[in-house]
Design a protein around this ligand. Structure first.
Ligand code: SF4
Ligand code: SF4
Length: 205
């Protein structure tokens, strides 16, 4: 399995992840999910219809997932995504179950599998971190193009932008400061804080 958009490969194998959902009172809960497959329509996982996880997911239709590829420290990939999840039912179930020995063991018979259903996260946004770098990504209808930010010669090196940058991806060792684009999340904090109006916002290509 490989989940990626134009810049970012998010997953290269089936993985266990922590999934957060909210109940009718807005209280958050965490559960374990196994992300089993991906295609152009979204990311697929299986839920048990007798669980509170299923109930919360069905009611709200939103999910936040945090996972890792299980790699060793230094090369480990960690991602988090937020998206809309919708129930697809059982058509994909046999194919997905084959990818999960754990679920096959937990639900060994056809009768026990009657409670299982497939969900698809069809659109979402998130961040992926590896080798010390964090990149945003999006997929489905949320695959929007975000603007890019560039620092111009008007920079007076006040360093305000650096103090507000969540990625600390602005090189302030010389003037003008420089945004390391490969780590920028395009949040716009630097653009907002720059009193010298030295930062340009350019539409994504
Ligand atoms: S806030 Fe503006 S002027 Fe200050 S260092 Fe950043 S880009 Fe330069
Ligand atoms: S857009 Fe956000 S992440 Fe990118 S350099 Fe500016 S403050 Fe940092």
């Amino acid at each position: 399995m490989e989940i990626k958009n134009d810049r970012t490969c998010i997953l290269s194998s089936t993985c266990f992840a922590a999934a957060a959902t909210v109940d009718e009172n807005g209280l958050p809960f965490s559960d374990a999910v196994e992300l089993l497959d991906w295609d152009e329509n979204g990311i697929y996982f299986i839920a048990d219809r007798t669980t509170e996880f299923y109930r919360r997911l069905s009611q709200k239709g939103v999910i936040s997932v945090t996972g890792t590829d299980g790699g060793s420290a230094g090369s480990r990939t960690v991602f988090t995504l937020r998206g809309s999840a919708s129930e697809l039912g059982t058509p994909f179930l046999p194919r997905l179950l084959k990818k999960s020995p754990c679920l096959e063991q937990s639900y060994p018979s056809q009768i026990s599998r009657k409670v299982l259903t497939v969900f698809c996260i069809s659109r979402g946004t998130g961040e992926i971190s590896r080798s010390g770098k964090t990149e945003p990504f999006s997929f489905g209808a949320d695959q929007e193009k975000k603007p890019r930010y560039f620092i111009t010669d008007r920079c007076v090196l006040c360093r305000f932008c650096y103090s507000k940058c969540p990625q600390k991806c602005i090189d302030i060792s010389h003037r003008p400061a420089v945004i390391r684009q490969e780590s920028c999340m395009h949040c716009g904090n630097c653009y907002e804080i720059c009193l010298a109006r030295a930062i340009e916002k350019r539409p994504a290509e």
